[in-house]
Design a protein around this ligand. Structure first.
Ligand code: SF4
Ligand code: SF4
Length: 340
């Protein structure tokens, strides 16, 4: 068995133990996104999460934030940005997440992967990587393109010990929906898992996908990882242009920690609650856990949905409007543990 396969099985086992812990107790964060650097080398047309000049957050400050996430009982820390590969001490950051016993993930645009860099990430203990690829040929909206990144993907396929997921995108002004299928097929060919995101139009309104987009969406989903398809059933509503009824646990089970060390609901709702992580208490956690988020029905953030599934069956939120009690405990367990 190859190194990556072995590591992947180990990661799955650790995930399973974290998931059972998460089902048993709702009082710790499952996933935190940590931003060590706002700066990015690209400028995607739809993105509001980058700048071109900010400095990396110093290593000791980041380590302090990781320590606090560990004290809160966080299971997974995913480093995001901007482009986190631009942080000069990324390896030490990853190592520190592992030292504190948490799963270490990375979201990157893929531009900086070289064989040497990949080997260093292996050594640091990175466990999974996600790269989103928007199109096949670069255009004025996005240069996260298969044509540009294919060489990097081949390096990753050859050298990486960590799990790699390639996410493609449908809807929201992506010009050529066929591209998602091309990207997903290439990902599978290289031995990666693949997921597909459904995005809104630029004005954020919910519109159903066209028939062609829907058919490609179904095909890409089939190619992809079954776990993700199960965890992303909200996408079927979004694809139909329908609002989805779920409980977003941002600020509690999911934390977004920005470069200034503040906790926000997510990248798209910065400012709420906007409390420094170092001062974050279980009181804050409990308040946000039971706060209904007004943005939930049209939200497309996949990882926050997945975290939401862990608690969908319990603890209704204090709602200005009525929410229907969503799933049963049994639905939840089978969704999360991937058994029907
Ligand atoms: S690569 Fe990522 S962070 Fe950078 S501009 Fe594009 S979407 Fe934003
Ligand atoms: S519903 Fe979506 S957009 Fe709103 S806070 Fe939760 S994750 Fe963020």
């Amino acid at each position: 068995m190859g190194m990556r396969k072995r590591k992947f099985l180990k990661l799955k086992l650790r995930e399973a133990s974290f998931i059972s812990r998460a089902l048993l107790s709702s009082r710790h964060p499952v996933l935190a996104h940590l931003i060590p650097m706002r700066r990015c080398n690209l400028a995607c047309g739809y993105c509001n999460e980058y700048d071109h000049n900010s400095k990396p957050v110093p290593l000791n400050v980041i380590k302090g934030r990781i320590d606090k996430l560990a004290r809160l009982g966080t299971s997974i820390v995913t480093i995001s940005g901007g482009e986190p590969m631009m942080h000069p001490q990324l390896d030490e950051i990853i190592q520190h997440i592992r030292v504190r016993g948490m799963i270490a993930g990375l979201i990157s645009n893929g531009y900086y992967f070289t064989p040497e860099r990949i080997k260093r990430l292996n050594k640091a203990g990175l466990e999974y990587l996600q790269i989103s690829i928007d199109n096949v040929e670069p255009d004025e909206v996005s240069r996260k393109s298969l044509r540009v990144l294919d060489k990097k993907l081949r390096y990753l396929s050859e050298y990486a010990d960590f799990h790699i997921n390639i996410n493609s995108v449908i809807g929201g002004g992506i010009k050529n929906p066929d591209d998602a299928l091309t990207v997903a097929r290439r990902a599978v060919e290289l031995g990666f898992s693949t997921t597909v995101g459904v995005s809104h139009d630029n004005d954020g309104t919910l519109k159903p996908l066209s028939e062609k987009e829907k058919s490609i969406f179904q095909q890409v989903k089939k190619l992809g990882n079954k776990d993700h398809a199960r965890l992303n059933w909200f996408q079927d509503s979004i694809a139909e242009g329908k609002a989805y009824n779920w409980r977003c646990r941002a600020g509690a089970r999911y934390l977004y920690v920005c470069e200034d060390g503040l906790v926000h609901w997510c990248s798209q709702q910065r400012g709420y609650p906007g409390i420094p992580l170092q001062d974050y208490t279980m009181e804050d956690f409990d308040r946000e856990y039971s706060t209904e988020k007004w943005c939930a029905p049209t939200c497309t953030l996949q990882c926050v949905h997945q975290v939401g599934i862990l608690d969908n069956w319990r603890d209704p939120q204090h709602a200005p409007g009525a929410t229907k009690p969503a799933n049963s405990f049994k639905d939840t367990v089978s969704a999360v543990l991937r058994t029907d």
